[in-house]
Design a protein around this ligand. Structure first.
Ligand code: NAI
Length: 302
């Protein structure tokens, strides 16, 4: 069975190159109307001469018989971008929050501007896009959102305090939207890709460039955008033809305090190995589930 997107409209942000370009081309190939957004500019977010990479992607899609329109605004203008898609195609069914920049510096050297510009494009931009597409999706009782996270967010990475903070925020946004959107058939997930692009070509060893073709990420992202997918509230790590899911794992935990007793610092010190013991770990899936263990467990008085 072919998974088609006929009649669906997708916005792909930062789709002038790298991963976003591949998402836009694949969705268009499968029948979606695609608004190809890209602000252009340099990797650090500054403007450059070549400011219209989205136009080349649109040209490619149209030459292949697809439907696409170019948008060169910043993702911070979510209202205008959504309006543009609605004016062209009538609605918005899919949003892929893919646009991104880097301002890598060790934390000691990171300026407020380095921090803010990265938080703005990634986190504020994802908010702005979702915020303006959301009422349309609620009204039509349908939506698919893919937010793009990063391994730097999941695991941390030297020189990327700004980027990793933004990327974890983006995962958090997808988590909460998945809960609020469920009853409206709006499903939100987070994808953590690894692929060669202008963002990563200098960071990844040359000998694995071929393995990490961005087109390996496209099928999963496209599937999450399809109406047949019921995946909602998940995070995936994907690259080089490998696909996986990431979830929260919590150690079994130790109950040291209760109504009659507050644990002392010494009790924490004595129990730190038990607190950190993952042999009987759990995987809470929502705050209620997480609270169940906290409230339900009994203090050991041994
Ligand atoms: P890329 O640099 O090729 O693509 C990012 C695109 O976003 C660029 O075309 C850029 O012009 C556009 N952009 C930047 N600021 C914008 C703004 N304000 N408004 C609209 N567009 C804007 O990089 P790549 O690798 O394709 O990255 C895509 C996404 O995947 C990013 O969010 C990145 O953080 C994420 N990612 C990529 C990884 C990789 O291995 N390539 C690893 C983890 C995450």
């Amino acid at each position: 069975m072919s998974l088609l997107f006929k009649g669906r409209t997708a916005i792909v942000t930062g789709a002038g190159g790298g991963l976003g370009r591949e998402y836009a081309i694949e969705l268009a190939k499968r029948g979606a109307n695609v608004l190809v957004n890209d602000f252009g500019g340099n990797l650090d977010g500054s403007r450059s001469e070549n400011s219209s990479p989205a136009g080349q992607v649109v040209k490619h899609i149209i030459e292949g018989g697809g439907r696409a329109v170019e948008n060169n605004m910043s993702v911070l203008q979510g209202d205008e971008i959504v309006k543009h898609a609605v004016n062209e195609f009538g609605s918005v069914d899919i949003v892929i929050n893919n646009a991104g920049i880097l301002r890598d510096k060790s934390f000691m050297k990171m300026t407020k501007d380095d921090w803010m510009s990265v938080i703005e494009v990634h986190l504020q931009g994802s908010f702005s896009m979702c915020h303006h597409a959301w009422p349309l999706m609620v009204q039509q009782n349908y939506g698919r959102i893919v937010n793009v996270g990063s391994g730097a967010g999941l695991y941390g990475n030297f020189g990327q305090a700004n980027y990793s903070s933004a990327k974890m925020g983006i995962w958090g946004l997808a988590n909460t939207l998945s809960i609020e959107g469920q009853k409206y058939n709006i499903f939100s997930n987070c994808v953590v890709p690894i692929a060669v692009s202008r963002m990563t070509e200098g960071l990844l060893p040359k000998d694995i460039h071929k393995v990490l073709d961005p087109r390996h990420v496209t099928p999963l992202v496209s599937y999450l955008c399809h109406e047949s997918s019921s995946e909602n509230g998940f995070c995936y790590e994907v690259g080089g033809g490998w696909y996986s899911k990431v979830r929260i794992q919590r150690s079994h935990g130790v109950k040291l305090g209760d109504l009659d007793h507050f644990a002392s610092v010494e009790e924490i010190a004595n129990s730190i190995q038990n607190i950190s013991d993952f042999s009987k770990s759990t995987n809470p899936i929502n705050p209620a589930d997480a609270l169940k263990y906290i409230i339900g467990s009994k203090r050991s008085t041994k």
